[in-house]
Design a protein around this ligand. Sequence first.
Ligand SMILES: *Cc1c(COP(=O)(O)O)cnc(C)c1O
Length: 458
Amino acid sequence: MKENKIPYKTYLDESEIPTKWYNVRADMKNKPAPLLNPGTHQPMKAEELAPVFCEELIAQELNNTDAYIDIPQEIQDFYKMYRPSPLIRAYFLEDALGTPAKIYYKFEGNNTSGSHKLNSAIAQAYYAKKQGLKGVTTETGAGQWGTALSMACSYFGLDCKVFMVKVSYEQKPFRREVMRTYGASVTPSPSMTTEIGKKILSEFPGTTGSLGCAISEAVEVATTNEGYRYVLGSVLNQVLLHQSIIGLETKTALDKLGEKADIIIGCAGGGSNLGGLIAPFMGQKLRGEADYRIIAVEPASCPSFTRGKYAYDFCDTGMVCPLAKMYTLGSGFIPSANHAGGLRYHGMSSILSQLYADGLMEATSVEQTSVFEAAEQFARVEGILPAPESSHAIRVAIDEALKCKETGEEKTIVFGLTGTGYFDMVAYEKYNDGEMSDYIPTDEEIAQSLANLPVVEE
Ligand SMILES: *Cc1c(COP(=O)(O)O)cnc(C)c1O
């Protein structure tokens, strides 16, 4: 090891777990574009969102002004079950790479759901319970969000109906059973239990589903059953707000160590972990107090930032949700079978989209096989078996550390390790057997999908 003075793991005390979330929108000069009513193209008002979302969460969604929002005591108590999460100095990886760079990662996989998604699931379940609802509906792709929400709902005694993208439902039976163990009902999507599901199945018989379809089904069930609302595990402003706990803890730990990050890296599906990790650092950047290089990493098979268009689009396939302005590949874009299920969404958080459009962060895309190479290298020296999603960030962290090796620069690199990959063994198997491929969409395919964007005058 290069040095022994700084600990391998930095855990904060329980008393240092944040008691407020940080809302980066308050410090943004250019606010993220508002959600629009898909019919009138006017900004959605709280009352229009109320049939779909919980009241308090709508208030958070629309709040562009309060920099700090109190975390209710019940949520703080739950956070203590698995937080603070460690900030780990990747000494072993640094040695293996022979880099002068310092690499830190914030590990969010230390809970049963295996990812950062529990940070928002527990908040959303709490507000649903507080509103006196019977239950919530949602979609899940790879299953991490559904699992996190199932855990949160069982804690508060809420019913939880999960629509799981059919291909994952079939490929990941163990995820499904974890959700059922926590009391959730899990339906493969598209299903015959909803009108939109029936419609999609009649148009595309045999389809293995997509996140966009599952969202449409979950929203339909929430709006047609009394006492139910819909909850979403990424993309929305409220989710980034809850995930700011990741960045706040990271910043406190770095400050304690006397470290300042040069580069902050995170994978980006809908943008929630990255938005949460970077929140307080971006806040400093926006206020002119500090500068950081911030890099979003996405799969080459679903490159919303790097090849998408910044425009209003539908959030779901059934076009029932509000329109969001974001970097998008078009709501009809069905990415090829990338094993990082959590990164297959066609759009991106409106907050991150605006920050990216304003040049405050960068984005890059990486190919699947190189991601698994990085995952394997990381697992062998650092011990943790990373989720394929998280491994996108590992790939770029390694690449940046190797650049430092060439230049001799001692940069400090911080990345988000969002979760563990125990349920992704089919993907690892493909990689180990040398059967992994990465389909990269052609310009024509993306252009074709973008041709169907709604026409919105701004
Ligand atoms: C869902 C998920 C992601 C991607 O979602 P974001 O909202 O972009 O953070 C990344 N990593 C893991 C482990 C996930 O479960």
